[in-house]
Design a protein around this ligand. Structure first.
Ligand SMILES: Nc1nc2c(ncn2[C@@H]2O[C@H](COP(=O)(O)OP(=O)(O)OP(=O)(O)O)[C@@H](O)[C@H]2O)c(=O)[nH]1
Ligand SMILES: [Mg+2]
Ligand SMILES: [Zn+2]
Length: 299
């Protein structure tokens, strides 16, 4: 059903680009004749996932979805290639809003000799940090079997770069979902921004799954420099060891975080004591963005 939104809702939300989003619980008034409706009330949100609105002034947020039980960052093995920096930005924003997050590595059928070690590395890294990691292949009939059990019940959202296969996964998981998909450019190895608006689709047997448009970047909102480290679980654990309580872990003496930045060793029993160089690099890139008040550098 198509519904209108009175202008007063737009005026109320000067800091967000979109006053009503997928996942919102709304009260409708139904039109008498044409079956259309008008939104008269938006219920308070249990939570939301936002990013900084692209190309807008500082502080304007774009809400991706409200009332989420689990947010999934979808990445692909190749075409486009795995982007740890984007995963880390997404995980930080999910943590800011206190939303459980997981990682889907799609196009597992494209794992070859060259990419196998990298995929072991990334999946091991995020699993050790406590995030669920699920490999999928949307072009294989049973390529999402494990993911299906993770999605049983609740409100889920797929977020990720264009072309990683979010809509293809939705189509495999939900027969009849009928989301449009399109080839990745051979030249740039990037997607074509095929999905243009977010859609929440009912999962047969229970739960809801949102397909969203591909992200160009994941700009941070609502973060101050000393807070950033708290959203990296491996850093949060050692923060009490920093000499200064507002340590930002880049230039301060007596920093417990910097001391622990090492090459991550897969399967090593010292993993708990170690912060991977990749994650620390992500942290520094985000810190620079947060300091500038322009959290949009992407990677
Ligand atoms: N080999 C392989 N190709 C896949 C897989 N999943 C998706 N693709 C292909 O990747 C391309 C992009 O898939 P989409 O589902 O449109 O990607 P998307 O993430 O929804 O992209 P946007 O809507 O632009 O954000 C299509 O050509 C798919 O057939 C997979 O698991 N393996
Ligand atoms: Mg899509
Ligand atoms: Zn420190």
């Amino acid at each position: 059903m198509s519904c209108t939104l009175p202008g007063r809702f737009r005026r109320q939300t000067a800091v967000a680009t979109n006053p009503v989003v997928i996942g919102d619980v709304v009260e409708l008034e139904l039109g008498e004749e044409d079956g259309s409706g008008q939104i008269v009330e938006i219920a308070p949100r249990r939570n939301k996932l936002s990013r900084r609105a692209a190309g807008r002034r500082v502080g304007v947020e774009h809400v991706i979805m409200a009332n989420i039980d689990m947010a999934w960052i979808v990445q692909s093995v190749q075409k486009p290639k795995f982007n740890g920096g984007l995963v880390d930005r997404f995980l930080v924003m999910a943590s800011v809003y206190d939303i459980p997050a997981g990682i889907i590595i799609n196009k597992a059928d494209l794992i070859d000799e060259r990419s196998a070690d990298a995929m072991d590395f990334w999946s091991g890294l995020y699993e050790d940090l406590g995030y669920p990691v699920v490999f999928t292949s949307a072009t294989t009939p049973d390529g999402a079997a494990q993911l299906r059990s993770e999605l049983a019940g609740g409100m889920h959202v797929f977020v990720g770069a264009s072309g990683v296969g979010k809509s293809s996964l939705v189509n495999l998981l939900i027969p009849g979902a009928d989301q449009r998909t399109s080839h990745v450019s051979e030249r740039t190895r990037k997607g074509r921004h095929t999905t243009t608006f977010a859609e929440l689709i009912r999962i047969p047997g229970g739960g809801w799954l949102a397909d969203t448009p591909g992200l160009r970047e994941f700009g941070l909102v609502g973060l101050e420099p000393p807070a950033l480290g708290h959203h990296f679980p491996e850093m949060a654990r050692v923060l009490p060891e920093c000499r200064f309580p507002n340590c930002t872990h880049d230039h301060e003496p007596g920093c417990g975080v910097k001391e622990r930045v090492h090459e991550f060793l897969v399967g090593s029993d010292v993993v708990d004591a170690v912060i991977s160089a990749e994650r620390y690099e992500s942290y520094l890139s985000m810190l620079a963005a947060v300091r500038l008040g322009d959290a949009d550098t992407g990677r």
